[in-house]
Design a binder for this molecule. Sequence first.
Ligand SMILES: Cc1cc2nc3c(=O)[nH]c(=O)nc-3n(C[C@H](O)[C@H](O)[C@H](O)COP(=O)(O)OP(=O)(O)OC[C@H]3O[C@@H](n4cnc5c(N)ncnc54)[C@H](O)[C@@H]3O)c2cc1C
Length: 474
Amino acid sequence: MASIDIAAVCERARVDPSLVRDTNIGNTSATGGYVLLWMQKAQRAYDNPALDFAVETANALDLPLLVVFALADYPSATVHHITFMLEGLKETVHALRERGIAFCIRRGAPGAIVREFGIDAAIIIGDEGRTITELEWRRHLLAYPELPRRIFVETEAVVPPKIACSKLAWSAAQLRPRISAFLPHFLEALKSPDSPQRIDASLNSRSDDTLLKRSSEHTDSARSANPLLRFQRIEFTPGYAVGMNLFREFLDQKLSRYAEYRNDPNSAAQSDMSPYLHFGQVAARRLAREALRLHPEHAQAYIEELVVRRELAINFVTYCPDYLHFESAIPAWAKDSLNATTRKNMFSKRDLEFARTDDPFWNAAQLEMILTGKMHNYMRMYWGKKILSWFSDPHESYSFAIEMNDRYSLDGRDPNGYAGVAWCFGRHDRPWPHREDFGNVRSMTPDGLRRKFDADLYAERMLKVYNARKPEVS
Ligand SMILES: Cc1cc2nc3c(=O)[nH]c(=O)nc-3n(C[C@H](O)[C@H](O)[C@H](O)COP(=O)(O)OP(=O)(O)OC[C@H]3O[C@@H](n4cnc5c(N)ncnc54)[C@H](O)[C@@H]3O)c2cc1C
């Protein structure tokens, strides 16, 4: 029987016990030959509490460790998402196998794949995930009584959501004091990467490594069906090493300007960490720790976004599980006001998708998303607000904004994206004086953009990039 002392494993792994959720579900007489780590959310070999916990569990049971990853069909995933993910995973696989940790990737539904590997395991450890799809996968896995005990470890949030706030937070102001109080504790030194004592390289043989070699082929049919996915994109280079190098550059060259210029899309003052964070290629905890350690005098504005705002988004999807729908996601005051305000449908969805509106700034933002996979934060707010103002039905505009963001943003399909769209419709905000189209929801206008930064320069820049890269559209 696989019996472990969770507190002792946590101590050896330097994982705070509040990051660990023992489901107490599973066959307690399982006698499998390895510890299984289902790696899905935190796709990294470093700064990964689930991995550290799994290594120490394997050592406690004197068993080898096998990591399994399921290449699943994820709603809205395009060739860009899958390529970024698989290219990043290659580096992770290499690092894990070098450390004597076996790794298998297989294509299919995670529940079925983890079940296949789990049946021969002594214990199953997984990382937590909170979007609808991620929760469904985890629920599936809990449905098999024949599998061994299942334990989940938090890898996404710095402060575990149940500790930060155990109900839906109304605003960042509600969450901030609690996050600040707990942050120093959760930023304590991370464990340096460890290897299991028992190694069994033969476990690698069940992997379909060809999936890693053909990463760009996976959604070719979707790519050819949608001309907007055929652009020669300005790609972010994936992976832990590149992500961390980019972050060090940000610390050296941009962090000191962050508080003042982060809302200027022409200033390149953001860190560009969101794609790496979304795919779990880098850890928010490591970024926060490094920013505070190396530049405490400039780090606060960054921590506000990386930890407070990001964890407000995690709180939102955790405690508002129907976040995809306007009716559940938006507070009553904003819903009532938007429902009572008349608007006309201004553009077809296709015109919006192809950036063909009469607003050059909005078109530029849509092009930025399509061309780079990442729209600047300030333009994202404007983009979402304008979508709201261009549809008569707020249910429809809400769903459309999510659909576009999830399809074209490399960091889309993330709690941040759902909370970001919901913010445009009033979530985490307060009522404002009544405005045409917006009711009491905060409005944004082209003149407001111009006052904030050189919006014409931004539009010009995007158009230039678009003209240089547009594909032949038949
Ligand atoms: C309509 C809309 C849609 C959005 N969609 C997404 C999305 O799909 N994925 C996504 O990661 N973010 C999204 N955001 C939030 C924000 O725009 C991005 O996180 C940020 O621009 C990412 O760039 P960066 O990594 O360079 O950010 P930086 O400014 O360098 O910040 C560092 C990190 O802090 C977090 N962060 C920054 N701003 C916010 C914010 N407002 N809310 C929550 N977390 C934040 C992110 O994890 C980010 O990577 C959206 C915002 C809006 C208004």
